[in-house]
Design a protein around this ligand. Structure first.
Ligand SMILES: [Zn+2]
Length: 217
């Protein structure tokens, strides 16, 4: 099964990607993992990507696409994969279709979109507190430390990362919605889009995802 996973920041996409890929027995392919693998192996693409990342710039599309092309050509992808973080745009989705054709694979079978209410994402992310000493992440509602703003592990001071501030989270959600809406429409038109309620406990979401995928063999 060839799967693409979409979801806003804070939807628990990384966690679901891992569970769903394991359940379907397909490799989980995330662009983050591919970048790191190429950089650590010192491939030509890795060297190119690292230059941008070190400068704090986005890795250009061509580099990302070449890495995805290489990865999908590897043997473990012959019978399926779960893509996380790619495609992000309609042009990338079109390239993905071409790559699959090149490798002699059928098109994407299912695009699973994790759907979470913006307010729930804000609640999840803006309640996070990070320890200055050990970087452990706590949550004021879901995983509170014994003493407010103090890490249970090492008594380190807890702080809110800039990324987790409500206005930043809302901005990231807006950017995601704007960027992803055309992609969602693109896959909906092809009849492969499945919207999945990603509210509530992680295990429940995983069960819903697995259940939804059963309908696609
Ligand atoms: Zn700590």
């Amino acid at each position: 099964m060839r799967l693409v996973l979409l979801g806003p920041p804070g939807a628990g996409k990384g966690t679901q990607a891992q569970f769903v890929a394991a359940e379907r027995r397909v490799p989980k392919i995330s662009t983050g993992d591919i970048f790191r693998a190429n950089v650590s192996r010192g491939t030509e693409l890795g060297v190119a990507a690292k230059k941008y990342m070190d400068a704090g710039d986005l890795v250009p599309d061509e580099v990302t696409i070449e890495m995805v092309r290489d990865r999908l050509g590897e043997e473990d992808c012959a019978h399926g994969f779960l893509l996380d973080g790619f495609p992000r745009t309609v042009p990338q989705a079109e390239v993905l279709g071409e790559i699959l054709t090149e490798h002699g694979h059928p098109p994407v079978d299912v695009v699973l979109e994790l759907v979470v209410d913006d307010d729930e994402v804000v609640r999840r992310l803006s309640g996070r507190r990070t320890c200055r000493t050990c970087n452990r992440v706590w949550h004021v509602d879901f995983d509170p430390p014994e003493v407010d703003n103090v890490c249970d592990v090492d008594r380190g001071e807890l702080y809110q990362r800039d990324d987790d501030r409500e206005e930043v989270v809302r901005h990231r959600l807006d950017v995601y919605a704007e960027q992803t809406a055309p992609l969602v429409a693109y896959y909906a038109q092809r009849g492969v889009l499945v919207g999945l309620d990603a509210t509530g406990p992680v295990d429940d979401v995983t069960l819903r995802a697995i259940d939804a995928l059963r309908r696609f063999a």
